[in-house]
Design a protein around this ligand. Structure first.
Ligand code: AGP
Length: 608
């Protein structure tokens, strides 16, 4: 997903742009560029490859003097990573420069129209069309000009724009793609995400869809699609700057894994008040909770796996039917939505296109939408009826760990809230569950402190070909997440399977020394899982088992056992995932990969 940074103020713009783009590298990209207005002309430098190449070719930005500029890291969607396709894009006379995040869905039609008007294109991108249209429709009034283009463009866009004739004025506009405006002391900023400008300001505005911002050194104005000036609310970001840096770790992923005890604590504590589970943000009575007949959950990737955990714990505790869908499926399958249902969308970024569209499907059907989101002020938080924040702080590594752990913690609390409202949670159980929840952070910490043992084991698997993760019930949810973690950062083929399904086909793939990780934390399924372990062992598999302390008899069957502390059967996912996150991390690091920036992946997929 692309990254945008812009600045106008009393300082040199280029170094600020380059620094801001470096904080957005986590979003995934394959080219970078900046445009700076030097008081007379717009100068542009851009290059395929890593941001360092741009830093070097611009001598840390010194070759582009000027106090206003826009910068971009591009994750290729239309056209390869080349100089021509890199942003910023510009009109033929270089009087207009544009950076863009999103997809212009009707760009071919618009490009043909601009070509008929005599515009010659240099790139294969959709974005270049915007630069040409701003030129063609330029009325001299920048807001009016931008609105003319917005009316003709279909799809998603976050835009940063400069006009040569308007020195000291930068513009931004957005639709279905994140963009914030930062209010600074020596100038003002635009950015795709908070980390890019957190070093300079904590005071930000969230531009809403189909709004335009006009930004100068001393002021920020907002306009709606009818060119009417509007007010926007200023927000203060609470994150500490340190949270957005590596904190001494080699990769953000390790830092973020190590933050999980605190993140789980910070996510749980606001909802446990005087021995009760509290969700003020739901703005719903217990009676209304009891009236919810069905819960739909829609999400992507790891957030989807958190939803699977949510299904098992909510159905287990509260006996409410829960349907979990991949958001990209939910949005197109014409789901049957009861009027008494609720849709819960789960998303770290709050900007995932498929999950946003799934939410809109429910909204259009009149179904209440709740979101479980980490990124403050993200689109999902503004469009859902209710937002429950995970308090994980900025998550930079593409592979989610702490945000995922926070998401499943929220589902434990929601399950307890629903069960309590339905009178299915005795006072005794409520107290013991809360005690177990409060113990989770220290138990996670203990598992993290055991990471060297995992590292030794992982080193044996850097050249593995196939890895299987099997489990039943809640353990199946963890198998799914552990498998994705390994695949996405180590590029090993891994597959998660419901253990009971093995004999229906997949077991034919088990050969000598195939690594099978068996999740065995659910006591009532323990014997079943042991028989699955025996099944794969008899076909030559090497079995790593993850089970709760005390089940030492498993050592008669498994080749390698990872023990996790005892906890409530509903909460074991928070513990079992820890050694498997570490396993994926060490396999990837052992292969010499950039753990935080896996190939082909972006931190948030804001396009379909
Ligand atoms: C998880 O490690 C991946 N980065 C990916 O599957 C991610 O969970 C998915 O893209 C959903 O992102 P979101 O939580 O920001 O919506």
């Amino acid at each position: 997903m692309c990254g945008i940074v812009g600045y106008v103020g009393s300082s040199e713009a280029a170094p600020i742009l380059l620094d801001g783009l470096s904080k957005l590298e986590y979003r995934g990209y394959d080219s970078a560029g900046i445009a700076v207005f030097d008081g007379e002309n717009i100068k542009i430098e851009k290059t395929p490859g890593r941001l360092n190449a741009l830093v070097e070719m611009t001598h840390d930005g010194k070759l582009l003097p000027g106090h206003m500029g826009i910068g971009h890291t591009r994750w290729a969607t239309h056209g390869k990573a080349t100089v021509e396709n890199a942003h910023p894009h510009y009109n033929p006379s270089m009087t207009i420069a544009v950076v863009h995040n999103g997809i212009i869905e009707n760009y071919m039609e618009l490009r043909a129209k601009m070509e008929r008007k005599g515009f010659a294109f240099r790139s294969e991108t959709d974005t270049e069309v915007v630069a040409m249209m701003l030129d063609y429709y330029n009325t001299g009034d920048p807001v009016e000009t931008i609105i003319k283009v917005m009316h003709r463009v279909e799809g998603s866009y976050a835009l940063g724009i400069m006009f040569k004739e308007l020195p000291g004025k930068m513009f931004a506009a957005r639709k279905n793609s994140p963009l914030i405006v930062g209010k600074g002391t020596d100038g003002n900023y635009i950015a795709s995400d908070v980390p890019a400008i957190l070093k300079y300001t904590r005071d930000v505005y969230y531009i809403k869809d189909e709004e335009i911002a006009e930004i100068t050194e001393d002021g920020i104005s907002f306009f709606n699609i009818d060119a009417e000036e509007i007010e926007e609310e200023l927000h203060t970001i609470e994150w500490d700057t340190n949270s957005a840096d590596k904190g001494g770790y080699e990769f953000y992923m390790m830092k973020e894994m190590m933050e999980q005890p605190e993140v789980i604590r910070n996510t749980l504590n606001p909802h446990i008040v005087k021995g009760d589970i509290v969700f003020d943000e739901l703005k719903i009575s217990d009676e209304d909770l009891r009236g919810i007949s069905r819960i739909h959950i829609a999400a992507c990737g790891s957030a989807y796996h958190a939803g699977i955990t949510g299904k098992y714990v909510i159905e287990g505790m509260a006996r409410i039917p829960v349907e979990v869908d991949l958001a990209s499926e939910f949005r197109y399958r014409n789901p049957i939505l009861d009027k008494n249902a609720v849709l819960i969308c789960v998303s770290q970024s709050g900007e995932t296109a498929d999950t946003l569209e799934a939410m809109r499907v429910a909204s259009r059907a009149g179904v209440p939408t709740w979101s479980i989101v980490n990124a403050q002020g993200s689109t999902m938080t503004r469009e859902s009826d209710v937002t429950i924040y995970t308090n994980a702080g900025p998550e930079i590594s593409v592979a989610t760990t702490k945000a995922y752990s926070a998401q499943i913690a929220v589902f434990y609390l929601l399950a307890m809230k629903f069960a309590d409202a339905k009178g299915l949670l005795s006072a005794e159980d409520k107290k013991s569950y809360i005690d177990d929840l409060k113990r989770l952070p220290e138990q996670v910490e203990m598992l993290l402190n055991n990471k060297e043992r995992i590292q030794k084991f992982a080193n044996r698997y850097v050249s593995a070909r196939d890895v299987f993760f099997i489990g039943r019930g809640l353990d199946y949810a963890i198998a799914l997440e552990a498998s994705l973690k390994l695949k996405e950062i180590s590029y090993l083929h891994a597959e998660a399977y419901a253990a009971g399904e093995l004999k229906h086909g997949t077991i034919s793939l088990i050969e000598n020394n195939t690594l099978v990780t068996a999740l065995v934390t659910q006591d009532e399924l323990y014997d079943k899982m042991i028989s699955n372990v025996v099944e794969v062992k008899s076909r030559g598999a090497f079995v790593m088992a993850v089970t709760s302390v005390g089940h030492t008899d498993i050592e008669e069957h498994a080749d390698y056992v990872l023990y996790v502390p005892e906890t409530n059967k509903y909460f074991t996912n928070s513990l079992a995932i820890i050694p498997l996150q570490l396993f994926a991390y060490y396999v990837s690091a052992g292969k010499g990969y950039d753990v935080d920036h896996p190939r082909n992946l972006a931190k948030s997929v804001t396009v379909e």
